[in-house]
Write a protein that binds this ligand. Structure first.
Ligand code: URA
Length: 426
């Protein structure tokens, strides 16, 4: 094959054959097809799309570029969750131990944050001693003995995706549904999970803002999973407002532990329970008492065992920032708006996120919200607190959130974008 011919085909709205897609991904992974040709191809895909068959072939070709894990020897079902990312999205932390409590193995391969959405590994690394890098054998042993694991995805899984994602990032082709779907699903299918629940976000703090685009992404990914023999379903969830009250790293761990202790903010609890039910239903336990496992401490016991198994001390104090700055309500009224994206950017500017892959994060930096949309507030009451190690960061974070929240009059509509869980697909 010739890469230029394949680019012409996609540019002129044609369809690539299975053999052409296999060749292209293999040649790109090995370096025979260069970045300049692949970026023309990704732009042609961005503009002209792909058929269901092409997306499936692309996903399978990316899986074939690396290793494929298998948990068949575990003797128990496996189930995983993937979120497309949002502000304050710490759901993996309470969800993984909650599901593992029911004897289902949860192999949660996670990433680090880039930009305004945080990464699960960054959050967990605020726990003293906890380590993200496990060998495949360590992962397998922990799944067998403890039931859950959250660790870094090794570079061996779908290496073609690593290369392609980096290229899309610098060529304006990230937001193409065939490319997003194949990127996410190649890694999840290669990971070897038997069941998968997708938390596909929509709204201002999501990576795809428009609910119809998110729905299309969810449908595409559910089809890919199902075609590959992975029991897959998706929830479409609202990311117009930050999830929970904590945005950052250590503070998100703290909030997750509250949920595991049977408390925590209502939205975090609702989504954790809904996703746990989905994961357990796909793994053959539709009647599992997930609320009971949060209330009676069983999920907390699993959390402590998982953290310990990865070198962490679940009782160690979490880091606290050197400086804080609290913003108070300037009048009596109702909080009618609190936009996710600006608060995510604010936390990022405080040091909770990174601008470049190699940057460190400051684990204690972030934002703690004291009120949620719909809450009645009094003049002088704290609305949110910024935390950072360097007070110089407060001004830029305050710039980010200026205009992103508003106190209105009682009876004014609350601009939260509707219910937390908008739809289920699968
Ligand atoms: N996350 C991924 O892993 N890939 C994408 O393309 C987008 C989000």
């Amino acid at each position: 094959f010739d890469a230029v011919d394949l680019i012409h085909t996609k540019r002129d709205r044609g369809e690539l054959t299975t053999a052409e897609i296999d060749w292209l991904i293999d040649a790109y992974t090995r370096g025979y097809v260069g970045d300049e040709q692949m970026s023309a191809m990704t732009m042609a895909i961005f503009l002209n799309g792909m058929t269901r068959r092409e997306i499936r072939d692309l996903t399978m070709a990316m899986i074939a570029s690396g290793e494929r894990m298998s948990f068949e020897g575990l003797g128990k079902p496996t189930t995983d969750k993937h979120s497309t990312g949002g502000v304050g999205d710490k759901i993996t932390l309470p969800l993984m131990p909650l599901v593992a409590t029911f004897g289902v193995a949860v192999p949660q391969l996670s990433g680090r944050g880039l930009g305004h959405t945080g990464g699960t590994l960054d959050k967990l690394e605020s726990i003293p001693g906890w380590r993200a890098n496990l060998t495949n054998q360590e992962m397998f042993d922990q799944l067998r003995d403890v039931g859950g694991v959250i660790c870094a995805a090794g570079s061996g899984l779908a290496p073609a995706d690593g290369k392609l994602y980096a290229l899309r990032d610098i060529s304006g082709t990230v937001e193409a549904i065939p490319l997003i779907a194949s990127s996410i699903m190649s890694k999840k299918i290669a990971e070897g999970t038997g069941a998968l629940v997708l938390d596909v976000k929509f709204g201002s703090g999501a990576f795809l803002k428009d609910i119809e685009k998110s729905r299309e992404l969810a449908r595409t990914m559910v089809e890919l999973g199902t075609d590959a023999g992975v029991a897959t379903s998706a929830l479409l969830t609202n990311m117009n407002v930050p999830l929970g009250l904590a945005i950052g790293n250590a503070n998100e761990v703290r909030e997750s532990v509250e949920v595991l202790a049977g408390g925590g903010p209502a939205d975090v609890v609702e989504l954790t329970i809904a996703l746990a039910r989905e994961m357990l239903a796909l793994a053959g336990q539709p009647d599992a008492d997930v609320e009971g496992a949060l209330k009676d401490g069983r999920a907390m016991d699993t959390w402590r065992a998982v953290i310990r198994a990865q070198g962490g001390d679940p009782d160690a104090p979490l880091p606290v920032a050197k400086e804080t700055h609290t913003v108070v309500a300037e009048r009596d009224g109702v909080l009618v708006e609190q936009q996710a994206l600006p608060f995510g950017i604010g936390a990022w500017r405080l040091g909770a996120g990174r601008a470049r892959k190699q940057d460190p994060v400051q684990h204690a930096a972030g934002i703690d919200l004291h009120a949620k949309p719909g809450d009645t507030v009094r003049e002088g009451q704290p609305l949110f607190t910024l935390s950072a190690d360097e007070p110089a960061r407060f001004e830029r974070a305050l710039d980010a959130v200026a205009g992103a929240y508003r106190i209105g009059d009682p009876g004014e509509p609350v601009l939260d974008g509707g219910p937390l869980i908008a739809d289920r697909i699968g």
